[in-house]
Write a protein that binds this ligand. Structure first.
Ligand SMILES: Nc1nc2c(c(=O)[nH]1)N[C@H]1C(S)=C(S)[C@@H](COP(=O)(O)O)O[C@H]1N2
Ligand SMILES: [Mo]
Length: 318
């Protein structure tokens, strides 16, 4: 018998014998060295749990069946790690998510650099089942864990000059292989109007499926703005800046005629190169043959956010 069983050999036995039985067996047996690494791995697995209480925010608990976790963590957009959907899952293990700080600054009375542990304790964790709809036409339903961004915003007290909020992703060429490539102007910057940012549905997220975020989904902290196209939800945030002018976001800089500042999900306003009327749910083996379904105004969150855009021409302010 090998002293170093691969995890592919351990896992099935674990499953049919029960983990506890198997751990006892390992402890009693002659597998000392592999026990140490297995125990370390087990501790790591436990450290990733991040439960959240069912959210009471109106609209936060979508009734749709969640996308399988394996799909949500292997089909990603995170250009810092490559432009292929499978690149982030393959490459993002190099991202170092601790220690981690988020600087909250600009037009606020109480600017502050928050340590990740402080942020994790700032407000109770909630689970929210949101649809995330990519501008490319695919969508997922994900149980996120986090709390309203408004909880953080009220701590720093925006001044009267704060009209917009800028969200800045880490840009570390040593751990992010595509930072330095010319696909986008780094760091990745996104932005919201202040009233959008303080809307209770705007989620500062630390986890999904009851666990801390996988790196490829934007660990250790990201935004999820469910009524906007996916790219508005910046990942791996290191800075949140309150400003008086509409920020120049990474996608506006890359192609302003294709990706507007607002980017609200809208089936009636097409992308210049394709329709936005339908979407393809990812997962359940559907792949590229999955049946398309109609895209909903504001991604289905119209009752909650529609009034933010009253009187605006959404074809012009796309
Ligand atoms: N920093 C950063 N954030 C990002 C992106 C990115 O490339 N870099 N891609 C965006 C896009 S286009 C989408 S659709 C979502 C995807 O999130 P997910 O991989 O967790 O589903 O992340 C958004 N946030
Ligand atoms: Mo996207």
């Amino acid at each position: 018998m090998s002293l170093h069983p691969r995890s592919s050999e351990i896992t099935p036995r674990c499953l049919y014998e029960g983990r506890r039985e198997w751990m006892k067996r390992l402890a009693a047996g002659a597998l000392g060295t592999s026990l140490a690494s297995w125990a370390a791995r087990d501790a790591l697995a436990q450290a990733t749990a991040l439960p959240g209480a069912r959210s009471a925010v109106p609209g936060a608990m979508l009734m749709d069946k969640p996308t399988p976790k394996a799909d949500a963590s292997s089909y990603n957009n995170f250009y810092e790690f490559g432009t292929d959907k499978s690149d982030p899952a393959r490459n993002a293990h190099t991202l170092k998510t601790r220690p981690w700080t988020v600087a909250v600054e600009g037009e606020v009375k109480k600017p502050k650099v928050f340590d990740l542990d402080e942020l994790l304790k700032l407000s109770p964790m909630e689970e929210r089942i949101y649809r995330l709809r990519c501008v490319e036409g695919w969508s997922m339903v994900i149980p996120w864990v986090g709390y309203s961004l408004a909880e953080l915003i009220k701590r720093v007290e925006p001044t009267g000059n704060a009209k917009f909020v800028e969200f800045v992703t880490l840009a570390d060429p040593k751990t992010m292989p595509f930072v330095g490539s010319r696909v986008l102007d780094w760091p990745y910057v996104e932005g919201l109007r202040l009233d959008e940012a303080v809307h209770p549905l705007s989620l500062l997220s630390f986890g999904m499926y009851g666990e801390v975020l996988p790196n490829q989904n934007g660990a250790p902290v990201r935004l999820v703005v469910p009524w906007k196209y996916g790219f508005k939800s910046g990942k791996s945030l290191v800075k949140i800046r309150f400003v008086d002018k509409q920020p120049r976001t990474a996608w506006v800089k890359a192609a302003a005629q294709e990706y507007g500042f607002y980017s609200n999900v809208n089936p009636k306003v097409d992308h210049p190169r394709w329709s936005q009327a339908t979407e393809r749910p990812i997962g359940d083996g559907g792949g590229i043959f999955a049946k398309k379904k109609p895209t909903l105004m504001f991604n289905g969150y119209e009752a909650q956010v529609g009034q933010l855009y009253a009187g605006m021409d959404l074809a012009k302010n796309f």
